[in-house]
Ligand binder design. Structure first.
Ligand code: PLP
Length: 379
């Protein structure tokens, strides 16, 4: 069914392009369920903070293994509001990475705190836990690891350091829905976990969305106020809040998609191991899944010194690829003064080498073979 629909669509638009993400083929697999869910909301006449978002908060928190879920407008807001609810502010320092999406660091700066950037591990692309302690001082309040590309950060090492120095840990799990660290789902391994439902994420809405999961009732209650104008009761504003909610239509869509997440992640893992097998004798370095990890391959990232030539070769052969990320945070114009120059060696090195090959649940094995063959032809 999957391949038939996909092939039909490709014949229809006359293109043989292998896209870097393909949300249309995913939709064609679940369109009936989605239309039913959207209809249910349209007919209910209730669009903000209702049964769908409440049910989805419970279902997603249960899935991750956390006590509470608080749905918000985006992954960026999940991070920003969590730091705000935890009292991160002026004079505080938060330790995180530069090799990430910009929102991780924005969340710190939007709260007027100072990001302190640590290098990443050259195998997992997540924070190098062995370099955290040297960055801790009396202003340090939090460690904010990112489970980048769907691979978990070293949570035990991070928890040990945090306990020793009395720091809070918040997980940026925006790329890691369903990923596991030593058998536990990420997002439920710290004070709070932040998720994004941006359309191309492993669990994506048809618009923006995000969620915070936590075991702390107090934090959950504060976040519920902050996302809804600080309002405890209609027109009673206990805190200075904002408007950041997941609307009912997106929540209904996400409830349908959550039911497919495990199968989709398994499919990503199968396709990733096929890539691994086919590229084993290529000079490009493939992704590594540590023995403590269950990787969910939000991205399948390879590294090559000839990255730009490879990307051009693939483009010429109808294969779209992406770079995550072409400019690390401390090299961005907005964040020029953040790093102390030489310390982010791996971050600076991999920036010119990483390339994300097409990987999504509706990709076919033939596509993977085609991509791998072109990679090997070029390198
Ligand atoms: C996607 C993403 C975010 C931001 O999520 P949005 O929903 O796009 O605001 C934050 N951090 C990481 C690591 C992400 O990949």
């Amino acid at each position: 069914m999957r391949q038939t629909l996909h092939t039909q669509r490709r014949l229809c638009d006359g293109s043989n392009m292998i896209k870097s993400v393909d949300l249309q083929s995913e939709f064609s697999e679940i369109s009936e369920q989605i239309r039913d869910a959207v209809d249910r909301v349209l007919e209910s006449g209730w669009f903000i903070l209702g049964d769908e978002s409440e049910a989805f908060e419970k279902e997603f928190a249960d899935y991750i293994g956390a006590g509470y879920g608080i749905a918000v407008g985006s992954g960026s807001d999940a991070l920003y509001l969590t730091l705000r609810a935890l009292g991160i502010g002026e004079g505080d320092e938060v330790i995180t990475v530069s090799h990430t999406f910009i929102s991780t660091v924005d969340a710190i700066v939007r709260n007027r705190a100072r990001p302190v950037l640590v290098d990443v591990d050259a195998e997992t692309y997540c924070i190098d836990a062995s370099q955290i302690e040297s960055k801790i001082n009396h202003r340090t309040r939090m460690i904010l690891p990112v489970h980048l590309y769907g691979h978990p950060a070293q949570m035990d090492e991070i928890a040990t350091i945090a306990a020793k120095h009395d720091l809070v840990v918040v997980e940026d799990a925006c790329q890691a829905h369903g990923a596991e660290y030593k058998g536990h789902k990420v997002g439920a391994m710290a004070t709070a976990g932040c998720f994004s439902f941006y359309p191309s994420k492993n669990l994506g809405a048809y618009g923006d969305g995000g969620m915070i999961v936590t075991d702390s009732k107090e934090l959950a209650e504060k976040l519920r106020l902050l996302r809804n104008y600080g309002q405890a009761k209609k027109y009673h504003h206990d805190l200075v809040g904002t408007n950041s909610r997941l609307d009912e239509i997106q929540a209904a869509v996400l409830r349908v998609k959550l039911g497919h997440l495990d199968a989709w992640n398994e499919r990503r893992r199968e396709l990733a191991s096929l890539y691994n097998e086919l590229l084993a004798d290529s000079p490009a370095a493939g992704p590594i899944e540590k023995d403590y990890a269950k990787h969910v391959y939000h991205q399948y990232v390879i590294r090559s010194d000839r990255r730009d030539a490879l990307q051009q070769h693939l483009q010429k052969n109808q294969i779209q690829t992406l770079i995550h990320y072409p400019i690390s945070v401390h090299r961005q114009k907005a964040y020029q003064n953040l790093a102390d120059g030489a310390s982010l060696t791996v971050t600076d090195e991999i920036c010119d080498q990483v390339l994300s090959l097409p990987l999504y649940p509706t990709l076919t094995e033939d596509h993977v073979r085609n991509v791998a063959a072109e990679v090997k032809k070029c390198l």
